[in-house]
Design a protein around this ligand. Structure first.
Ligand SMILES: Cc1cc2nc3c(=O)[nH]c(=O)nc-3n(C[C@H](O)[C@H](O)[C@H](O)COP(=O)(O)OP(=O)(O)OC[C@H]3O[C@@H](n4cnc5c(N)ncnc54)[C@H](O)[C@@H]3O)c2cc1C
Length: 499
């Protein structure tokens, strides 16, 4: 990290120089390995309940989310959106005298400033004041009920592994030798790469590809799957693909990067695209091909904790590992690699580890959002998934082109799509594409958790004009299907009689 005042403040909070690890207690109710979201929530929650807690972090407290994940990426995306608003201002009758351009150094400084401003809440001193014993160093199990850090032994009644994940590597010949960026290094860039090749069109790849394209890089996005954001609803992914292309990004989906070589200052990527050989030149390569769980170096064997290098620590529904004293939460054990999922799992782990709880991680309803512009947010089942599970669904889609607020805002690129269990108004899943889809999805997620049907959403008054009215309109569309020919005939009879 460049050591400007913002980063110095960040480090004072999340990795204070000269920190003295405390003298370990004789035994802890809970030892937490890793101080990312899952570890912090676990430690703060348990200490708040009166447990004696030790928290061990090998790098920076706050983990990926604060330091090299959600926080810096979303700060950059906000600047990218500001650029797009200025670029497109003429369509709103706003004359901008000169073509907009981005001051990359200012964008990065803003990010560092905001990241530092959010860091006190994750800081070592705050956790010490909560009564948590904070240790910096590599945590390593030395038995089924003890962890070692910096030569100190922390004995525990229960432990939670929350060591997160890192950028997965790809065995592309020449990739390592020619040098590449990941989320751990991209937020430290001092200069905007003139040409950027992004390998992997998942959420991280798509978000950063769009941001860098808007900042002025010539971006090529390379994806092995036939579609970007392969997990998402194909119509939704197609909308995002169009938006990325409109931002000037070249997308090669269904391609394979055969090799990379460094030629002076540039990287040359040899690509195979539908049996055609292509070459992409770039000044920097960003790798975003998924996340690998941090299971190495923990000496999990000594604790009797089973794990897998790809899927991470093995847990049951209660988040308990194969050692009944040891639980896990967050990216290290979950396919749902999101901050809010890590937070929710940490709460499950606390209940089960400290109170003989029976909270089940599988009963969590976990929504997610990719913060491209427009955003794509999802909760529950996809149509394809429902079909594979043999569940009959009825799908309602409301295009934003017919939603007044979206029209007035010039943000009609998107839709709300809700899947219902056939024959009922039970919501099984939903996808929203909209500029603020992540904000809109909360209503549907709440409905699913509270078992509120789509009919009730249609009965709920939504303020006019809002984009959230698209959700009510989906409800109205459902209600119209309840007007069966028989009910309609009854109504007609009633009106005839009362005329
Ligand atoms: C670029 C990017 C953007 C993202 N954007 C979003 C977003 O917008 N929304 C969202 O919900 N999620 C987002 N995520 C995902 C989110 O950051 C993670 O899901 C979240 O950080 C997981 O929290 P965690 O506590 O499980 O792991 P981490 O945050 O990875 O924390 C694990 C901690 O454990 C420490 N550790 C590892 N091994 C040891 C050891 N042996 N001893 C001691 N400490 C150890 C690590 O140093 C780290 O601090 C993003 C991720 C990336 C990379």
């Amino acid at each position: 990290m460049p050591a400007d005042d913002h980063d110095k403040l960040l480090l004072e909070n999340v990795r204070p120089a000269g920190w003295q690890n405390p003298k370990p207690a004789e035994r802890y109710n809970l030892v937490v390995l890793g101080a990312g979201t899952a570890g912090l929530v676990t430690a703060a929650g348990a200490a708040g309940l009166g447990a004696k807690v030790a928290l061990v972090e090998r790098a920076e407290m706050g983990g990926d989310c604060l330091n090299v994940g959600c926080v810096p990426s979303k700060a950059l995306l906000r600047c990218a959106r500001a650029f797009a608003d200025v670029r497109d201002a003429a369509g709103f009758g706003v004359a901008v005298p000169q073509a907009a351009h981005v001051d990359f150094a200012a964008v990065m400084e803003r990010m560092r400033k905001l990241r530092a401003s959010l860091s006190p809440v994750d800081s070592a001193s705050r956790f010490r004041s909560l009564g948590v014993d904070v240790f910096f160093g590599d945590a390593r199990f030395s038995g089924s009920d003890a962890v070692e850090v910096g030569g100190k032994r922390l004995r525990f009644r229960k432990a939670v592994i929350a060591t997160g994940a890192r950028a997965a590597a790809l065995p592309i010949p020449g990739l390592a030798e020619s040098g590449y960026l990941t989320n751990e290094t991209v937020f430290s860039l001092a200069e905007l790469p003139r040409r950027l090749a992004v390998i992997g069109a998942g959420p991280i790849g798509c978000e950063l590809a769009q941001a860098f394209a808007r900042f002025g890089s010539r971006v090529t996005l390379l994806e092995v799957a036939p579609q970007i954001l392969i997990r998402e609803d194909p119509d939704a992914a197609a909308r995002i693909e169009r938006a990325l292309v409109d931002d000037g990004i070249t997308i090669f989906a269904g391609c394979k990067v055969k090799s990379i070589r460094r030629q002076h200052d540039e990287r040359v990527l040899e690509i195979e695209l539908k049996d055609r050989a292509l070459q992409v030149q770039a000044d920097a390569v960003l790798l975003g091909v998924g996340r690998a769980p941090n299971v190495e170096g923990l000496n999990l064997e000594a604790a009797g904790v089973a794990y897998d290098a790809q899927r991470g620590v093995q847990v049951n529904e209660l988040l308990q590992t194969t050692n009944p004293r040891v639980y896990a939460a967050g990216d290290v054990c979950s396919a749902f690699k999101f901050t809010h999922a890590a937070d929710a799992m940490a709460r499950v782990a606390i209940r089960n580890a400290l109170f003989f709880g029976r909270a089940k991680a599988s009963s969590l309803t976990i929504p997610w959002c990719t913060y491209t512009d427009p955003e794509i947010a999802h909760v529950g089942l996809y149509e394809k998934e429902a079909r594979e599970k043999g569940i009959d669904v009825v799908t309602f889609t409301q295009d934003l082109a017919e939603v007044d607020r979206a029209v007035l805002d010039g943000e009609t690129d998107g839709f709300v799509r809700v899947h219902l269990r056939k024959g009922s108004d039970e919501i099984l899943g939903a996808t929203i594409v909209a500029r603020h889809a992540g904000e809109m999805l909360g209503e549907i997620t709440l409905a699913m958790v509270a078992k509120i049907g789509l009919g009730k959403i249609a009965d709920t008054i939504h303020t006019y004009p809002t984009q959230a009215l698209a959700i009510k309109k989906v409800g109205d569309a459902y209600n119209r299907t309840r007007l069966t020919p028989r009910v309609k005939r009854l109504f007609e009879g009633w009106f005839k009689w009362t005329r």
